[in-house]
Design a protein around this ligand. Structure first.
Ligand code: RB5
Length: 145
C-alpha cells in the first residue's frame, strides 16, 4: 500500500500519480489534499507519513510545489527517510542505498511524465542492504540523540 500526500501545489501531480497507480493495479490511500485550496505542506506530509510509520503503508509519495518543503516536513517524522528527487538515478539509488520510504516530488519542477518514471523506479527498486544497512541504522540513531 502506498500513502499519497500533497499540498495544493502538489495536488494535480498527486492526482496524476493516483491515476497511474490505478492503471498499474497498485493499492494506495489518498491522504489529501483533495482539491487545490491552499493547505500547508507540513501537516499534509504528516498525514501520509503516519500511515508509513504505523505500518499500514510501505511507502509514501508526497507532492508539493518544489518537493522540498514536504520532504523537510517528512524527514522530521521519526522513522521516515524522505528523498526529494528530480532524476531517475536519485530515485533509484535512494531506494538501493538509503531505503527511502518517502519519495517527494515537485509539481512545479518536473513534468508529469518524468514524475511517473520516478514513481515507478522508486516503487519497484528494493533496498540493497549489506553495508548500507549500517548507515540506515545510523540514521535511526540520529533520531534519538
Ligand atoms: C506552496 O506555494 C509552496 O510553497 C509549496 O508547495 C512548496 O513548494 C514548498 O516547499
Amino acid at each position: 500500500m502506498v500513502a499519497l500526500g500533497s499540498d495544493h501545489a502538489g495536488f494535480p501531480l498527486k492526482e496524476a500519480i493516483k491515476a497511474h497507480l490505478e492503471a498499474e493495479g497498485i493499492a494506495y490511500v489518498d491522504c489529501g489534499a483533495y482539491d487545490t485550496g491552499s493547505v500547508d505542506y507540513p501537516y499534509q506530509a504528516k498525514k501520509a507519513c503516519d500511515r508509513v510509520v504505523s505500518g499500514e503503508c510501505e511507502q509514501a509519495i508526497l507532492c508539493c510545489g518544489t518537493g522540498i518543503g514536504i520532504s523537510m516536513a517528512a524527514n522530521k517524522i521519526k522513522g521516515i527517510r524522505a528523498a526529494c528527487c528530480t532524476d531517475y538515478f536519485s530515485a533509484k539509488y535512494t531506494r538501493l542505498h538509503n531505503d527511502a520510504n518517502a519519495l517527494c516530488l515537485g509539481a512545479r519542477v518536473i513534468g508529469e511524465g518524468a514524475a511517473l518514471e520516478l514513481v515507478d523506479v522508486f516503487l519497484h527498486t528494493a533496498f540493497e542492504g549489506g553495508r548500507h544497512q549500517r548507515r540506515v541504522d545510523q540514521l535511526a540513531e540520529l533520531e534519538n540523540l
